[in-house]
Unconditional design. Structure first.
Length: 353
């Protein structure tokens, strides 16, 4: 039994899940007392069937801010908040992938305190009494929708291309995998992470193969939300390696995770045998050891088109040192199953090349 510290366990989100859930949105807004929502999204979504479905439901009456960048900036937040004030909005509908959802959630702080900069803020005082936010994910990966109120409708991910389905789905898998194996005491998250792994192992290859498989799409959306709930327990070295790959080389966050995952798993299993045994069981393997589980994860990532090899994604040898510095400065690896030093991260990048 680990030392039990006094911990907070909170699972506060209400989720409406199912194909067609989007059509209930007007009633949901009424129930929350929302009159003038601001839709926050990114420019790429405007042309999608998912956005057209939202427009149809809104009768095009809602204000829209569509200037969110991938890996959004503080300027995106300021501009979205300005659009919200201009249209006197009383709520936010965050619509899209993780970037749009994150911006949508955070601008409520700007709307509450228009005369103050976003940072610094006081968590207790400033994050209460915010305008409601309905988060509607159109990907199945980051799980950013697990905020205050969410609508999850697998119909909206139907049009997501296989590459993005694979990358976002791999991110969800690695959220479950890293949170489950991190040494923090949080059995609630552990249970959710294992079921997330089970769902993803079964549904992700299907969702990549056939985007119209609504059952697989639905399972992936729930699993993505479960991954995000699970990682309030924290992540590990895979995410520390992935973050610089996005900032230095522009890799998609999920792709970056997938390309590093098998090497970090080998590293961890060599130093702490048995780390991945229960992960293997969650995948449905019979009496798995670490090696069998790692082989299974590698095979799954290959199957969805994410075979290792950073070089193929344009990562240059000369970047490995600065990326290793940044990866070591990243806090995720502090909850890796085993401790890592800067040179371990450098070595893992080299292996992943
Ligand atoms: Zn992630």
């Amino acid at each position: 039994m680990p030392d039990i510290v006094i911990s907070n366990f909170s699972f506060p989100t209400r989720i409406r899940f199912g194909a067609g859930a989007l059509e209930e949105l007007p009633q949901q807004l009424d129930a929350l007392g929302i009159r003038r929502p601001l839709v926050v999204t990114d420019p790429g979504l405007l042309a999608t069937g998912a956005f057209k479905a939202l427009e149809k439901i809104s009768g095009k009456k809602w204000a829209v801010f569509s200037g969110v960048h991938p890996n959004p900036t503080i300027e995106d937040v300021d501009a979205a908040a300005a659009a919200g004030r201009e249209a006197q909005c009383d709520a936010v509908i965050a619509f899209g992938g993780g970037s749009a959802l994150d911006v949508g959630k955070v601008i409520r702080l700007c709307l509450k305190r228009p005369d103050k900069p976003l940072i610094p803020f006081e968590f207790e005082a400033d994050w209460s009494g915010l305008a409601p936010c309905v988060a509607i994910p159109t990907t199945a990966g980051t799980g950013s929708e697990v905020g205050r109120s969410s609508v999850i409708d697998p119909e909206l991910t139907r049009g997501l291309p296989p590459k993005l389905t694979a990358a976002t789905g791999a991110d969800a898998l690695i959220h479950c995998l890293e949170s489950f194996t991190s040494p923090v005491f949080h059995p609630l998250c552990d249970g959710i992470a294992l079921e997330g792994i089970h769902l993803i192992g079964e549904a992700l290859p299907r969702a990549v193969r056939n985007g119209n498989d609504l059952d697989a799409r639905g399972r992936m959306q729930v699993a993505a939300a479960m991954g995000a709930v699970a990682f309030q327990k924290d992540l590990g070295a895979i995410h520390s390696l992935a973050h610089p790959l996005s900032t230095f080389c522009g890799l998609h966050h999920g792709t970056a995770n997938a390309l590093c995952a098998p090497f970090v798993m080998e590293f961890n299993a060599a130093r702490k045998p048995g780390t991945y045994q229960r992960v293997g069981i969650a995948f449905g393997l019979n009496d798995p050891d670490d090696a069998a589980t790692i082989k299974h994860v590698s095979g799954l990532l290959r199957e969805i088109g994410l075979a290792p090899g950073l070089r193929a994604y344009g990562v240059k040898e000369s970047l490995l040192d600065p990326m290793a510095d940044q990866a070591f400065a990243d806090s995720c690896h502090q909850t890796n199953p085993v401790p890592v030093v800067r040179d371990d991260l450098r070595h893992l990048y080299q292996l992943a090349m």
